[in-house]
Ligand binder design. Structure first.
Ligand code: SAM
Length: 244
């Protein structure tokens, strides 16, 4: 069995090193398409309140706020939060340092988004059930959740020589070379928890959510395709019951 993350905030040194060069990654280039899709799928309206869990440098938060949606972004990386705040100007977006494992919000949000391993998926295979329950609790009655998670099917089918997939925990370990804005390179270990659609459905239902759909998606190409062995991510759309 592969060794797990060294500590619970193992992603922070990577975020501190990469800074805004994070936004050069190809997987961040489709933010507008992703937000277009989510606004429609979550039926978001101006002035709705959205929690962006694991917001990173705030690319979805800022794009939602540009549409008049009131966003709170939470993340554990001080550097990413600073980048998010620097984009916010007069937009209705606020950002705070918060571990999703300790999120304790009660029924204040019309929607919660947790995208691109926004904390969930970086927990080293632990706390998944508790974290989904916390995200669910943050929703108003009938509030909606959009969560993406890496696909076990995809990872195993397309396993790279630099990756080790731990079949017991579903955690994929890889060593990735990360480049900062000055072109400096450093190797980082990444531990990404991967899921099947069925696991995600069961987790969401255990958290009291009603699962509307699980789609197979890729960054920048969110859509309503069925999950497949070749879609890298699953997108869960779920909602809180009307009577909480
Ligand atoms: C790959 S980035 C995704 C960021 C953003 N959602 C996006 O789509 O660009 C993963 C983010 O999760 C954050 N993160 C990791 N563990 C977390 C935790 N326990 N609580 C909150 N955020 C966490 C990291 O700091 C990082 O910003």
């Amino acid at each position: 069995m592969s060794t797990g993350p060294p500590d619970e905030h193992w992603f922070n040194p990577l975020a501190a090193f990469v800074g805004d060069a994070y936004l050069r990654n190809a997987f961040t280039k489709g933010t507008v398409q992703e937000v277009d899709f989510l606004v429609d799928a979550l039926a978001l309206q101006p002035h709705d309140r959205v929690l962006d869990a694991g917001c990173g440098p705030g690319r979805h938060s800022i794009e939602l706020a540009r549409r008049g949606i009131e966003v709170t972004g939470i993340d554990v990386s001080p550097e990413f939060l600073e980048l998010a705040r620097a984009q916010a100007d007069d937009l209705p977006a606020t950002f705070r340092q918060q571990d999703i494992r300790a999120l304790d919000e009660h029924h204040g949000y019309d929607a919660v988004i947790c995208l691109c391993q926004g904390g969930f998926g970086l927990l080293g295979g632990a706390d998944d059930e508790d974290v989904i329950a916390r995200l669910a609790r943050a929703l108003k009655p009938s509030g909606r959740l959009a969560l993406t998670a890496f696909s076990s099917y995809f990872v195993v089918r397309h396993l790279e020589p630099t990756e080790t997939f731990d079949a017991a925990s579903g955690v994929n370990h890889e060593t990735a070379t990360v480049r900062d804005n000055a072109g400096n390179e450093r190797d980082f270990d990444l531990w990404t928890t991967c899921f099947t659609p069925r696991e995600l459905r069961l987790l969401a239902e255990r958290a009291g959510l009603v699962v509307d759909a699980i789609y197979g998606v890729r960054p920048g190409a969110y859509g309503r395709a069925q999950p497949s062995l070749d879609a890298p991510e699953h997108l869960v759309l779920a909602r809180a019951p009307q009577d909480l």
